[in-house]
Design a protein around this ligand. Structure first.
Ligand code: BGC
Length: 496
């Protein structure tokens, strides 16, 4: 009897020992995986680092490329496109004008009544329409017909006081936010699509011609008097309200900048010298590339798998279309190599672009003690539940690393423009203000991104110079800007 009891005790002890060993092994395994995960995040953090010295190198490289792009066609990755806008709005613009703003996941149609000297925008109406994703990769006819149809409907809703004058054709400013080689203020050919658009038959074609044919097919009688990039529209809209605006930057689905250049500083411009002596340049800075850019394996893979590999590298590190996707790629690696979300990799984590930048921003701004926004995004977007608080904290850190890198790089880009214009230092006795009009959803809605961009620019410039540089949010300025440019290039101006 006694023997049996002893044996049972021995067996029980052995089992307990085995169980304890199992628990210890599990713990060790867990801690090994956690260590591996932390290694991945640490490496990401190191590779994404943007110390001020590096940002200055990026700014210098940007300024050098600007010179090269202005010198000759194809002289740089920066296209430095001539906009044919050599006169920014003066405030005297008057009359009823339409604008069409196409460039992201939505397009907008606007109707604006300009009051003339000192009266500003008297009345405006607009409508926003989202673009079905299939149209972003359809034929140009399908895309432009969809837009023309919406414009036709919008025209039919002109309210009291918002009709064109009798016997006058409606005039439109067309904001087309893609790289276009302009042949005049109201014509140009598309160089390539960006931001997820991929409509093969439109590349190299006359953009305004495509729109006009669609307008005709849809019974809209309208003349396109200005074709502008959104940066150029934003610059024009910004200048209408503030004379010190010298550049505009878009931080949205894509990113880009435009600024006012001395015409004599554009060797590739062979046209007549504008009366103003100035010309607005659409930099197409999204295509900037430099060995100083802190690229990671995630950026390289994202680029390789994108619709436009090898292009828009700076844009892919900064803008709204891509930030969430970079974070997703990091999370995917954590899941695959460090079992960050358990023993199997959640399948949705492998879906490209499933994590949008607004999702990322919501997680990044989560201030709840238990990070419940992060938990709910993980659940809603990836179907992942039961994450630990420390894992959720790591995810917030990853969002911070990726957003801060983008924000710092955009600050460096702005410094590059200021350098090119010699406005990054104070000249004796001068206290000239330089205002930069900023717009785009990323800038507007991603607070931590915007704050980081503004703080970094201040740091780069130093206290004294910072006093003279103003970042101004130009809310939807590109639409109004296009209407203003349509007005200053109206077919009826010469008659007056
Ligand atoms: C386009 C630019 C545009 C920018 C912001 C980029 O992808 O190439 O033309 O200004 O996005 O919308």
């Amino acid at each position: 009897m006694k023997k049996v009891v002893v044996a049972a005790v021995v067996v029980g002890a052995a089992a307990a020992c085995g169980g304890a060993a199992y628990v210890v092994r599990r713990r060790m395994e867990k801690s090994r995986k956690w260590g591996k995960a932390m290694g991945i995040v640490k490496e990401l953090d190191e590779k994404c680092a943007t110390p001020l010295g590096k940002l200055r190198q990026v700014a210098d490289a940007m300024a050098v490329e600007m010179h090269a792009g202005l010198a000759s066609e194809g002289g740089s990755k920066l296209k430095m496109l001539i906009s044919f806008v050599d006169n920014l709005p003066s405030g005297d613009e008057e009359g009823l004008f339409y604008a069409l703003d196409l460039g992201g996941t939505n397009f907008r149609v606007l109707r604006v009544k300009l009051g003339g000297t000192d009266r500003g925008v008297v009345q405006q109406e607009f409508e926003e329409v989202s673009i079905p994703p299939e149209l972003m990769v359809a034929t140009s006819e399908e895309l432009f017909d969809y837009i023309a149809e919406a414009l036709a409907k919008f025209v039919s809703t002109e309210s009291e006081g918002l009709h064109p004058e009798p016997n006058k054709q409606r005039e439109l400013g067309f904001t087309f936010s893609f790289p276009v080689r302009q042949t005049s203020i109201s014509s140009g050919t598309l160089i390539r699509w960006t931001k997820g658009f991929d409509i093969k038959d439109a590349v190299g074609k006359d953009v305004v011609g495509k729109l006009i044919s669609a307008l005709e097919r849809n019974g809209v009688d309208m003349r396109v008097t200005a074709l502008v990039n959104d940066t150029v529209g934003t610059l024009a809209g910004g200048r209408y309200y503030n004379n010190d605006v010298i550049a505009a930057v878009i931080l949205g689905t894509g990113t880009n900048a435009a600024y006012v250049e001395r015409a004599t500083a554009i060797p590739k411009w062979h046209g007549p010298l504008p009366k103003s002596g100035e010309m607005v340049i659409n930099m197409e800075w999204g295509n900037f590339r430099s060995s100083h850019l802190p690229l990671t394996e995630y950026d390289v893979a994202l680029d390789e798998e994108s619709l436009n590999p090898g292009e828009q590298i700076y844009e892919k590190m900064i803008s709204g279309l891509y930030l969430g996707e970079i974070v997703r790629r990091v999370l995917c690696k954590l899941a695959e190599e460090a079992c960050f979300f358990g023993d199997t990799v959640p399948s949705k984590l492998k879906t490209s672009f499933i994590l949008s930048t607004p999702h990322m921003s919501a997680m990044h701004h989560d201030t709840s003690p238990d990070l419940k926004v992060v938990a709910s995004k993980l659940k809603d977007v990836f179907g992942i539940s039961n994450t630990s608080l420390r894992a959720r904290k790591v995810i917030v850190d990853i969002c911070d690393i990726i957003a801060s890198r983008g924000a710092c790089l955009s600050a460096a880009g702005i410094l590059g423009i200021l350098k090119k214009l010699a406005r990054d230092t104070l000249k004796q006795g001068e206290n000239q203000k330089s205002v930069i009009a900023l717009d785009g959803g990323l800038f507007e809605h991603y607070t931590k991104f915007r704050d980081c961009m503004e703080d970094t620019l201040k740091e780069l410039l130093g206290d004294e110079v910072s006093e003279t540089i103003v970042i101004e949010h130009s809310n939807d300025g590109s639409g109004i800007g296009a209407a203003l440019l349509a007005a200053s290039h109206s077919q009826y101006l010469a008659e007056e």
